[in-house]
Design a protein around this ligand. Structure first.
Ligand code: NDP
Length: 249
């Protein structure tokens, strides 16, 4: 089996400077793809990732682009196509989370969650579809909270990730005739800055409801994304891929 199954592929990952997105960039470039990724503010992390990938013989391109702004999402797609020479794989990963009871949610918090978590998936996808090669891949990073919300404060986050799951199905229907697959990876608790494993009572309460009893690693998610980006996943579309340690069991 080839060690570079993604050789020749061009990919865009939104929110790739840290956490799960950064691991996806590492995974896809290790597989031979050239990968552009966006970030909003973590310039130092983005530069380090580009350098690390280059040191391993890969190609990564960092693009500063606020996922909450429709025009910047479109510009990031256009820059990717221009600089990498085309587009085969899109990973919609960028998202934010604000935890609050529904009656305490501010208009700004709500608008930002919708703009980043839902808007970016839509605007990036809309701009990418005309450029995507037939047989291409769209991989959304949703959340297991679309299917199960074990505590208060996550209603709006769950709303946004439910939208990502539904959008995945509609898109799979539209793009199937071109051989483009669209899938939704739904992580459970994964150890990142957004959800640290050593964060106290919150992670401990989640581990108690999971059959595997532990947090996942960014590599657990990136491995599934790597599979979905490759040739062998070509008959899988419109599906939710739970990477969650059994969170919904
Ligand atoms: P992190 O907060 O650790 O990293 C988020 C990444 O997205 C960073 O690179 C950040 O870049 C980027 N980002 C955030 N906002 C924007 C923006 N407005 N524009 C561009 N880039 C942005 O998150 P995770 O790695 O934990 O999460 C990644 C994905 O996985 C998200 O979709 C999340 O909802 C999902 N997920 C995560 C789970 C977890 O337990 N960790 C569980 C379920 C789903 P910068 O620093 O520059 O802003």
């Amino acid at each position: 089996m080839s060690t570079t199954p993604l050789a020749g592929k061009r990919a865009l990952v939104t929110g790739g400077s840290r956490g799960i997105g950064a691991e996806i960039v590492r995974r896809l470039t290790a597989g031979g793809a050239a990968v552009a990724f966006t970030y909003a503010s973590s310039a130092a992390d983005a530069e380090k990732l580009v350098a690390d990938v280059a040191a391993s013989g890969g190609t990564a391109l960092a693009i500063r682009s606020d996922a909450g702004d429709p025009a910047q999402n479109v510009a990031a797609v256009e820059q990717t196509v221009r600089e990498l020479g085309g587009l085969d794989v899109v990973v919609n990963n960028a998202a934010v989370v604000a935890i609050a009871a529904v009656e305490d949610y501010t208009a700004d918090q709500y608008d930002r969650m919708i703009a980043v978590n839902v808007g970016s998936v839509f605007w990036t996808t809309q701009a990418a579809v005309p450029h995507l090669t037939d047989g291409g891949r769209i991989i959304n990073i949703g959340s297991i909270n679309a299917d199960r919300v074990p505590g208060p404060g996550l209603s709006v986050y769950a709303l946004t990730k439910g939208a990502v799951s539904s959008f995945t199905r509609g898109l799979a229907r539209e793009l199937g005739p071109r051989g483009i697959t669209v899938n939704n990876v739904q992580p459970g608790p994964i150890d990142t800055d957004a959800n640290p494993d050593d964060g106290g009572d919150f992670p401990e309460s989640l581990k108690k409801i999971m059959p595997l009893g532990r947090y996942g690693h960014t590599t657990d998610v990136a491995a599934i994304v790597g599979f979905l980006a490759g040739r062998e996943s070509g008959f899988v579309t419109g599906a939710n891929w739970n990477v969650d340690g059994g969170f919904t069991v």
